[in-house]
Structure formats: structure tokens, C-alpha cells
Design a protein around this ligand. Structure first.
Ligand SMILES: *Cc1c(COP(=O)(O)O)cnc(C)c1O
Length: 432
């Protein structure tokens, strides 16, 4: 006799999962913060490890029965330390936002001054938005990018970072962004932090996979703490993680639990362990390099179709498109909706100095991590760039947009992430 659960398959939910799997397989996913996790990551996320309470840390748990769980979490920690070349790791954050709040709780006190990238220039909600706990608990002062009018403009203004740091004497400096297409060099941030006696946190949420894959400079030797998400370029389960210097490890651990979270999600931690191993392979290095190659190809295609790219291009997985040169009437909101009708999924985004509101915007953010996982290369990126231009140019013509949607379907029938049971049922191992 095995578990006495209801026998009936929950068709309502399974059908929705199947529908979503179909959507992911048949549209072009250009959301820069998304990716397609491997079938193994999906399967492990759906494992019996979800049943276990394991508040605390390996060999220091509040409940019994954690011998196996301790091994799972220890394996994840060890793999992450190896992957990032770090001194210390905490794999429990449920998300990138929790990793960030945990790092702040560990390193600073409410009311302390923090220097971070302005939200309207590319920073994240958790870098001090007044709508977020971080903005309510701490005194954030923002830095931004150089003016677009400058040659080589719209890059993080390191002179400004230093000037503000000298004036404001922050306890913590945050590097890292959510809508910035260039390499963020951690070294000058470290120099400025040392000069003003601040700690340095690097939020690598977007670029963790590029760092792990060796195509972006690692912040680990320079930052006191590096927070990141595991589901963006790193291609693991939806979650967060932290690596840091040994001497602040205990503070970080205490901040995450019991400071911020309750029981860790050990099924997700096991899936992180799988993803960390996947990310340590030579294939992942190739994948990470291909993401950037693809982003450059998409950027070129868009530029040749008349779009202005913020900072003139990209060094990473994402492109910030300024729509105004292409069509002054076209907002990011309208462009996002039009592209979705064409089967191309992306998000509107403010550009530095955007005259439109964050809900409307003058920009689009596009990323190549997901479609690179689906097997696409520069050739497909060029086609996608033309499809984007054509859909937006013909947005009033339903037939023209529908025709592009069909071309998108054809392209995705050749390049899509999931086959077999995952494609059919949307979940590894679920049968009905
Ligand atoms: C995505 C992101 C986060 C938050 O991650 P969630 O898992 O959505 O909470 C934090 N910082 C940056 C820079 C991000 O891009």
C-alpha cells in the first residue's frame, strides 16, 4: 500500500502546465531574465525533498531526519564554492530578492547609507526602490550612467560613483544591474569601496551564468559578497544564492535563517546543485559564450533595422532598445503588446532618462539566454531582429503581424527547448 492520496489526476492544473510548456516551446522567448531549465533540474525540483523541514544549516538543524538533506545541501554548497571560486556559500535564499535582503541584513543597519545603481538607469527594485523593503529600511543614494550624448556614453559613470561615495560615505556599495548591457568591471568598484571604507556587494543576478561560464570578469575576488539568482543566465531552478568572504559567512547565514526565511526549499536546493554541476562543464562555457555572440548578432540586426541601442550595443546577454529613433510614437508598452501578438515575448523597459513612465516606457529589453538554450545561433538572431522590426513597423496591420507569428512558429518548430515528456506534459515524470 502506498500513500492514500486522491487518485484523480488534477486535469485542470496539468492542462495549464501543458499549455504553458507549449507556449514556451512555440514562441520566441526574449525576456532577459528568463531561461529554460534542463529536464533534470525540472525533475529534481519536483522531488520528495519538498517534504522535509530542515530549518538551520547542515548538521545544525532544528528537526530530526535531516541526514540525507544535509548531504544534499552540503553538495550544493560545495559545488557552488567550486563553480564560483568562492570562500563561502549560502544556497538557501528563495529568490534573488531574498538573497539581496539577506545580504543587507547581514552587513548594514536600518538607516545606513547604501550607494546603488538608480532604478531608472538599470538598477533593480531591491537596490532601494521606495516601493521595496530595501528602500524603506536603508538610505539609498543612486548613481547612474554617463549621458547618451557622450561618445561611448550610457556606461556606468565611475567618476560619479566615486564622487558620491566620497560625499555620502556609504556603508555599502552595490554593483550590478537588471537592465545594463555592458560588462560591469568589479575592480574600480572595489577601489572606491576601499577608499571610503565601504563594503562591496555585487548583485550578479543577471550575469551569474556569464561569470560561471568565464565570459565575464568574476566579481568574487573583489566583492565582499556576491548575490545572484540561479534561474537567469545560470539556467537553474527559480531561486537565489550568495557567495561571500569566509569572515562574513556566519553573518550571512544568520541573516538568511533565522533572520529572513524559515525552512529552506531543499528540493530547489537539490536542483541548484544539479544546475551548478551543469554550469561547471565545458559545454556550459560554450553556451555562455554563445549567449553573448547571439546578443551581439541580434543587436546588429536591430541596429541595421533602425533601432538605437542604449550604449550602442552589448557585451552580455541583453540589449536595451531605445524605440524613439525607430518610431517616436511607439512606446515600450505598445511594442511589447505588438510583439507578443507576433509570438515574440519580451518586456518594456525604461531607458536612461526615459521621458515616459515606467508603465509605458520608451524601451524594450531583450535577452538571448533562453533562445540560445533552444539551440539558436547568430543566423536566427538576424532573422528575429528583422521580424521585430517588421512586426513593429506593421503593427496596425493584423494580417502582417499574423504572418510573422506564423514564421515564428516555423522557426520554433526547428528550435525549441523541450522534447518528449516535458514537451507533452510540461512536467518531467507527470503522467495522466
Ligand atoms: C532578477 C533580479 C533580482 C531579483 O531576483 P528574484 O528572484 O526575482 O527575486 C535581484 N537583482 C537583480 C539585479 C535582478 O536582475
Amino acid at each position: 500500500m502506498s500513500g492514500n492520496w486522491p487518485n484523480a489526476v488534477d486535469k485542470e492544473v496539468l492542462d495549464l502546465i501543458r499549455e504553458e510548456a507549449e507556449r514556451q516551446n512555440s514562441n520566441i522567448q526574449l525576456i532577459a531574465s528568463e531561461n529554460f531549465a534542463s529536464p533534470q533540474v525540472l525533475a529534481v525540483t519536483g522531488s520528495v525533498l519538498t517534504n522535509k523541514y530542515s530549518e538551520g544549516y547542515p548538521s545544525k538543524r532544528y528537526y530530526g531526519g535531516n541526514a540525507v538533506i544535509d548531504e544534499v545541501e552540503t553538495l550544493a554548497i560545495r559545488r557552488l564554492i567550486d563553480l564560483m571560486g568562492a570562500e563561502y556559500a549560502n544556497v538557501q535564499p528563495h529568490s534573488g530578492a531574498n538573497a539581496n535582503l539577506g545580504a543587507y541584513l547581514a552587513l548594514i543597519k536600518p538607516g545606513d547609507t547604501v550607494l546603488a545603481m538608480s532604478l531608472d538607469q538599470g538598477g533593480h527594485l531591491t537596490h532601494g526602490s521606495p516601493a521595496n523593503a530595501t528602500g524603506q529600511l536603508y538610505r539609498f543614494v543612486p548613481y547612474g550612467v554617463t549621458p547618451a550624448s557622450l561618445d561611448g556614453g550610457e556606461r556606468i559613470d565611475m567618476d560619479q560613483v566615486r564622487d558620491i561615495a566620497l560625499k555620502e560615505r556609504p556603508k555599502l556599495i552595490v554593483a550590478g544591474a537588471t537592465a545594463y548591457s555592458r560588462i560591469i568591471d568589479p575592480e574600480p568598484f572595489r577601489r572606491i569601496a576601499d577608499e571610503v571604507g565601504a563594503l562591496l556587494m555585487f548583485d550578479a543576478a543577471h550575469i551569474a551564468g556569464l561569470v560561471a561560464g568565464g565570459v565575464h570578469p568574476s566579481p568574487v575576488p573583489f566583492a565582499d559578497v556576491m548575490t545572484f539568482t540561479t534561474h537567469k543566465t545560470l539556467r537553474g531552478p527559480r531561486a537565489g544564492a550568495i557567495v561571500c568572504k569566509e569572515e562574513i559567512g556566519t553573518k550571512i547565514d544568520k541573516a538568511i535563517f533565522p533572520g529572513l526565511q524559515g525552512g529552506p526549499l531543499e528540493h530547489v536546493i537539490a536542483a541548484k546543485a544539479v544546475a551548478f554541476k551543469e554550469a561547471s562543464t565545458p559545454e556550459f562555457k560554450e553556451y555562455a559564450a554563445q549567449i553573448v555572440t547571439n546578443a551581439k548578432a541580434l543587436a546588429e540586426s536591430l541596429a541595421s533595422s533602425g533601432f538605437r541601442l542604449v550604449s550602442g550595443g552589448t557585451d552580455n546577454h541583453l540589449i536595451l532598445v531605445d524605440l524613439r529613433d525607430f518610431d517616436a510614437e511607439l512606446s515600450g508598452k505598445e511594442a511589447q503588446l505588438c510583439l507578443e501578438r507576433a509570438g515574440i515575448v519580451c518586456n518594456r523597459n525604461q531607458i536612461p532618462g526615459d521621458p515616459r513612465s515606467p508603465f509605458v516606457t520608451s524601451g524594450l529589453r531583450l535577452g538571448t539566454a533562453a533562445q540560445t538554450t533552444a539551440g539558436m545561433g547568430p543566423e536566427q538572431m538576424e532573422v528575429i531582429g528583422s521580424m521585430i522590426a517588421s512586426a513593429l513597423r506593421n503593427r496596425a496591420d493584423d494580417e502582417a503581424v499574423a504572418k510573422i507569428n506564423q514564421e515564428v512558429g516555423n522557426l520554433c518548430s526547428e528550435f525549441h527547448p523541450y522534447e518528449g515528456v516535458v514537451a507533452q506534459r510540461g512536467a518531467a515524470g507527470v503522467t495522466d
